[in-house]
Design a protein around this ligand. Structure first.
Ligand code: VGL
Ligand code: ZN
Length: 194
């Protein structure tokens, strides 16, 4: 079991209806199975005095991130819709960082990227963690091969000791094995696994 303390933050990535509910537009297979697990981790983290931070994919109705705008994804997590809301089984006790609100690709909780210009910009996440004296992050959520991977890789780059909870993530697996390859890539980059 992962250890929590006041210098550790639990980052809960994109546990939103469009990914976690079988009726969601970008449903990640098995996602509903990790929601309960993640909520239990949230409770353990809070009890140990850890910060809990949530990310939320938060797109405008039209964006180059969607197939309708030239991208690859079905329309998902449109701001202020059911699909963008947190799954009702998720225990929410902490601040939320929304990404992609300006039409960017928002894979990482730390940075968003304009799909046309490629320009990257920072979200508030790193500042929130630094302000709270966080040195170590534990990453859980959806999806292993996209937002979880991008968030964990950025966390390592930014100098946080980073742990991925294997039982608390699920993959899109557009190509079978993407989730496993994402985990290998994270490990090579310095992410620890539990
Ligand atoms: C995600 C695809 C598109 C994710 C977000 O949360 O992993 N995947 N937008
Ligand atoms: Zn998205």
């Amino acid at each position: 079991m992962a250890n929590y303390d006041p210098r550790t933050a639990l980052i809960v990535v994109d546990v939103q209806n469009d990914f976690a509910d079988p009726n969601g537009s970008l449903y990640v297979k098995g996602a509903e199975d990790v929601v309960t697990f993640i909520s239990a981790e949230v409770a353990r983290a809070r009890a140990a005095g850890s910060l809990v931070v949530y990310t939320q994919d938060w797109h405008p109705p039209e964006t180059p991130h969607f197939a309708t705008g030239g991208g690859v994804w079905p329309v998902h997590c449109v701001r202020n819709t059911w699909g963008a809301a947190f799954h009702p089984g998720l225990k929410v006790e902490g601040d939320t960082v929304r990404k992609g609100a300006g039409g960017e690709d928002g894979y990482s909780g730390f940075t968003v990227r304009d799909p046309e210009s490629g320009r990257e910009s920072e979200t508030d996440l790193a500042a929130m963690l630094h302000d709270a004296g966080i040195e170590r992050v534990i990453v859980v959520g959806l999806a292993t091969d996209y937002c979880v991977k991008a968030t964990a890789l950025d966390a390592v780059r930014k100098g946080f000791s980073t742990l991925l909870l294997r039982d608390a993530v699920r993959a899109v697996d557009l190509t079978p094995g993407d989730g496993e390859r994402a985990i290998e890539e994270m490990c090579r980059a310095g992410v620890s696994l539990e």
